[in-house]
Design a protein around this ligand. Structure first.
Ligand code: DX5
Ligand code: ZN
Length: 219
């Protein structure tokens, strides 16, 4: 199974996004965290910034919406050309309708689950999605510690995806390092978001190290 490494620019220099994107050119996608200070207690950026990132990035955008009312706002990110748009299950009014709308526009549709959100109610919806994001920290801030207790949820998703022969990427986000990426890969993840661990060091080296660690332990 091929693995994907998606650096989160939440950990990049906000005054120099264009040059920061150049430092992660070997990544698969760039993870863009949208926070509205309502769904999570932090604020980042919105459509205007994503439009500029889309214009200057050589790699596709993986947009993670940590916002209220994604039913209203998510399609706009797809219309800008984001490769994937992931919204939170806890915030959506009609997850299926929203996923279909995103796919109709041409984006991959993703659904994200906070650490305490049960996965069982969403298993029947898997065919409606291109990826599921299992949050491995409470959404809102970078630099938090990986929550290993979320791994049974990931394993359950891997089992369901494989049992039905679905092509759904399983993404983890939060506290991913060279050590924790092994745990997540063994539990069934194939797509890995990493902020602090990529931008703290030399990004190209960090991306290569994460990729090697995940590939050696992926299913
Ligand atoms: C947290 C964000 C993450 C964050 C991860 O709410 O969704 O994408 O950037 O940062 P690290 O890798 O530092 O935990
Ligand atoms: Zn994220």
């Amino acid at each position: 199974m091929s693995v994907r490494i998606n650096p989160s620019i939440l950990a990049a220099d906000f005054a120099n996004f264009e040059s920061e994107l150049g430092r992660i050119a070997s990544a698969d996608l760039v993870h863009v965290d949208i926070m509205d200070n309502h769904f999570v207690p932090n604020l980042t950026f919105g459509l205007g910034m994503v439009e500029r990132l889309q214009a200057v990035s050589s790699i596709p955008l993986d947009v993670h919406l940590m916002i209220d009312d994604p039913d209203r706002w998510a399609p706009g990110y797809a219309e800008l050309g984001a490769f994937s748009v992931t919204f939170h299950a806890e915030a959506a009014r009609d997850a299926t309708a929203l996923a279909r709308r995103l796919r109709d526009i041409g984006a991959r549709a993703g659904i994200a689950l906070k650490p305490c959100t049960d996965v069982e109610p969403y298993l029947d919806l898997l065919p409606e999605f291109d990826q599921v994001l299992v949050m491995t920290v409470e959404p809102g801030f970078g630099g938090q510690a990986f929550m290993g207790e979320t791994m049974p949820k990931l394993a359950r998703l891997r089992e369901a995806v494989d049992a039905h022969g679905l092509d759904v990427w399983l993404q983890v986000d939060g506290g991913i390092t060279e050590d924790t990426i092994v745990i997540a890969a063994e539990s069934g993840a194939d797509t890995f978001v990493a902020g602090s661990s990529v931008f703290r060091g030399e990004p190209a080296e960090q991306i290569a190290a994460l990729r090697a660690a995940a590939s050696a332990h992926s299913h």
